[in-house]
Design a binder for this molecule. Structure first.
Ligand SMILES: *Cc1c(COP(=O)(O)O)cnc(C)c1O
Length: 339
């Protein structure tokens, strides 16, 4: 990195100075190690390569107007990674270890944290993989927990761009009692074909239905879904949705703004009743949806016909961003300020 043009960053990987690693061997976690190599040296029969023992997280750090660095809801990501570990028989990363690793990775790479005005932020990627060698199908004896960071640009350059997404019943990203509720790579592999097909047809994402009955909304590939109707914030509940921390935060903010939060199964037809619809997740915070095409039913649900952002979405977005950047107080204790 010689000269990073902060306002020109995309949502991609840039090499930074260090990552931090911790190895699980003989039934226990070792010490955090600082590493300057981007390469992982693992056995060719490691379980992460063959049997999908892999989980990851995504969170962000923001530099505020005051120059201070804030990490958003790191404890929630730590707990979710523990749930992912339990879900595919990997050891839990203790919360203290998770947070220490995140803080260390951010501090060691401080020069990569974009300045306040740039609209860019620091993406933090924790990773947990089975590294022990196995040929029979079983959990590994050894694991690697790693945290790297990379600066990323704003998801939408030059303000919101409402996107078109589609519904297809041809593919599921997760099984009804499967791994949809945990953040594992296998779910992403399962979504690649549907995702590419959607892109070829001009959509930015697939809105998946519940895999059992295909009657209810689940979520978009890498983001949760919500709709606004009147005074209600409505977001699907199901056994195959990944619990988004952004969605959880928006539900809390919506409630405090006087909206009614409905977290329940949402039938597909209800899409016709929403005034606003959006995707939410760490990367974009809120990505407004202009249209949802149900490809099998030949139906379209149109939002934002005037191309403007929904009023409620914008309010929620501004509130959450203000807390993340420290522009407004954080009454929820969501933010860890780096000293
Ligand atoms: C990570 C992820 C999200 C978004 O979660 P956040 O915690 O808000 O970033 C939503 N859906 C899936 C499938 C995910 O993997």
């Amino acid at each position: 990195m010689e000269n990073i043009n902060w306002s020109d960053l995309s949502f991609g990987y840039i090499q930074t100075d260090y990552n931090v690693r911790c190895y699980y061997r003989d039934g226990k976690w070792g010490e955090l190690e600082v590493c300057s190599s981007e390469i992982i040296n693992i056995h060719m029969s490691a379980t992460c390569l063959h049997y999908g023992q892999e989980a990851f997280e995504g969170l962000k750090a923001y530099r505020g107007k005051d120059g201070k660095v804030r990490i958003f809801r790191m404890d929630e990501n730590g707990k979710r990674m523990q749930a992912s570990g339990r879900g595919i028989k990997m050891p839990e990363v203790p919360l203290e270890l998770f947070e220490a690793a995140v803080l260390k990775a951010v501090r060691l790479n401080e020069r990569f944290i974009p300045p306040y005005e740039s609209g860019s932020s620091l993406y933090i990627r924790p990773l947990l993989i089975g590294t022990g060698a196995c040929i029979g199908v079983q959990p590994a004896e050894e694991y690697l927990f790693l945290v790297f960071i990379t600066p990323v640009g704003p998801y939408f350059k030059g303000g919101f761009q409402p996107t078109k997404i589609c519904i297809t019943r041809e593919f599921d990203r997760a099984a009804p009692q499967g791994t949809g509720t945990i953040k594992v790579g296998g779910n992403y592999a399962a979504s690649l074909v549907a995702g590419e097909q959607a892109k070829e047809k001009g959509y930015t994402a697939v809105l998946y239905l519940d895999p059992k009955e295909k009657k209810y909304l689940d979520e978009c590939g890498p983001a949760n879904f919500f709709g606004i109707r009147g005074n209600s914030y409505i977001t699907p509940q199901s056994n195959s949705i990944l619990p988004s921390i952004t969605n959880k935060s928006l539900m809390q903010l919506a409630e405090n703004m006087g909206l009614t939060v409905e977290h329940r199964p949402v039938p597909v037809e209800e899409l016709a009743t929403f005034e606003e619809a959006a995707e939410c997740g760490t990367a974009a915070v809120i990505a407004p949806i202009s249209q949802i095409d149900d490809l099998d039913e030949n139906k379209s649900y149109v939002y934002l016909p005037d191309g403007k952002l929904g009023v409620v979405c914008e309010k929620l977005y501004n509130k959450l961003r203000a807390i993340q950047y420290g522009d407004e107080p954080d009454p929820y204790g969501w933010v860890t300020v780096l000293e």
